[in-house]
Design a protein around this ligand. Structure first.
Ligand SMILES: Nc1nc2c(ncn2[C@@H]2O[C@H](COP(=O)(O)OP(=O)(O)O)[C@@H](O)[C@H]2O)c(=O)[nH]1
Ligand SMILES: [Mg+2]
Ligand SMILES: [Zn+2]
Length: 416
């Protein structure tokens, strides 16, 4: 398809979105009960440069997803997984007309360890520092549906432009990605997604017990993202030195244990759980996902002090402000000394739910699946309907109240 046409289509889609979004925003401002419920959360932590997407914008984006959008997004995901060495039809025309066959571009193989403002750092496995690379213009002009060409974790081929500078010529097919909806600047709306990390095996969902408070619905969102991408999930609850009420703590983590999810309970302050975490991270490629301030960088430094991720002083109870810390603003990858690859991400809240409709949500809750079909109404939302098998299962303890509450919270943010 011709580039101009794509641009125009995107533009009018974006404009329509913008108008609808504004209308929804206005309506919600006047009356939305959801809006009210969210206020304390927004006060509790001050966003980073990367995650300054307010919840409202995010949920509106999902609600107004136009018909056919889900299919379009699936196609986009398929493209993302094929890297830039996929089908030729997706390639921008080569000015020289000398496009080499797929996968046969000359270049030095390397691993993208960090990305910022259109450049990336590539480790070419020679023991030296990663090389700062531009990205070949023809890669940038490909229409992929994603805002970025490369992400941390990508396998690429580069050519050197000198000793210290290179150019990414090709992005090899990816085995997995995690992406997020993208909003370029305040005021601009984009329907595109941004690839945050590529080629990961495992997601370490990091939450803190306090400062900031544990947010179980966010854990569920990440769990859904992990299941959809067929990755391994491990939940890490950090700052357990700040647990005041062990009974409350146990009640919060038990639903996840009962479902068979692996949990690692840590405190970078006391050292609890750090060895267990270190063993986990020794194998495979793990991305750390969690709100800003939960302790992702601190945990990585505890495992390998030479990483030298400057972080703030250990949190005291009641002092979380979200400010004055060293914050990770871009995803970064490290090869650990003892094996394993880790990628630290900035606090990203919105992985995972793009394209899921309200009626599909329960399918992502393994404990609900068996009860589906038992409701009196086939289109039961499992909220207020009589004869609801899910609510009956909550009442008799087969489904935990915590998970059900998370379900209803997330449900309200999805499109019908
Ligand atoms: N009390 C306590 N504070 C911690 C713990 N882990 C990290 N912190 C503090 O939490 C703050 C945020 O940590 P950081 O690693 O920057 O979080 P990130 O944004 O997830 O990378 C820092 O001030 C850390 O010192 C912990 O286990 N207990
Ligand atoms: Mg950090
Ligand atoms: Zn029901």
């Amino acid at each position: 398809m011709d580039d101009n046409k794509i641009q125009i289509e995107n533009y009018s889609e974006d404009m329509q979105k913008h108008v609808r979004k504004q209308q929804l925003r206005n309506t919600r401002r006047k009356s939305g009960p959801k809006n009210k419920a969210k206020k304390p959360r927004q006060k509790e932590w001050i966003p980073d440069s990367w995650d300054d997407i307010d919840d409202l914008d995010y949920s509106v984006d999902e609600r107004i997803m136009p018909r056919g959008e889900e299919e379009r997004r699936r196609e986009i995901e398929r493209k993302a997984l094929s890297g830039t060495s996929g089908g030729n039809s997706e390639r921008a025309a080569d000015p020289q007309g000398s496009e080499p066959a797929s996968g046969s571009r000359p270049g030095i193989p390397g691993l993208v360890v960090g990305v910022s403002s259109g450049m990336c750092r590539v480790d070419i496995h020679n023991g030296a520092a990663p090389i700062l690379c531009d990205i070949r213009g023809s890669l940038k002009s490909q229409e992929t549906g994603f805002t970025n060409v490369v992400a941390a974790g990508d396998q690429v081929k580069i050519n050197l432009n000198g000793e210290q500078r290179g150019v990414v010529e090709e992005v090899l097919p990816r085995r997995s990605i995690l992406a997020r909806p993208y909003r370029p600047d305040v005021g601009k709306i984009s329907s595109k997604q941004q690839i945050v990390v590529a080629n990961i095996d495992r997601v370490l969902i990091v939450a803190s017990w306090r400062e900031p408070n544990i947010w179980p619905a966010l854990i569920d969102r990440y769990l859904i993202a992990v299941q959809r991408n067929q990755l391994e999930a491990v939940i890490c609850v950090n700052k357990i030195d700040l647990v005041e009420d062990p009974a409350e703590f146990q009640a919060t983590i038990k639903p996840y244990q009962d479902l068979g999810f692996r949990l690692i309970l840590t405190s970078a302050e006391t050292g609890a759980g750090i060895d267990e975490l270190a063993v986990l991270l020794k194998s495979s490629t793990t991305v750390l996902a969690g709100l800003s301030g939960v302790g992702k960088s601190t945990l990585l430094t505890a495992i390998q002090p030479s990483l030298d991720l400057r972080v703030g002083k250990v949190t005291q109870r009641g002092t979380f402000t979200g400010q004055g810390r060293h914050t990770t603003t871009q995803s970064r990858l490290w090869n650990l000394e003892n094996g394993g690859v880790v990628i630290d991400t900035p606090g990203i809240r919105e992985f995972g739910l793009v394209g899921i409709k309200q009626a599909q949500l329960a399918e992502w809750y393994p404990e609900m699946v068996d009860h589906l079909g038992g409701c009196r109404y086939s289109d039961c939302s499992h909220s207020n309907e009589p004869g609801c098998a899910i609510k009956a299962a909550v009442a008799n303890g087969a489904i935990s109240e915590l998970r059900y509450k998370n379900y209803t919270q997330i449900y309200d943010e999805l499109c019908a």
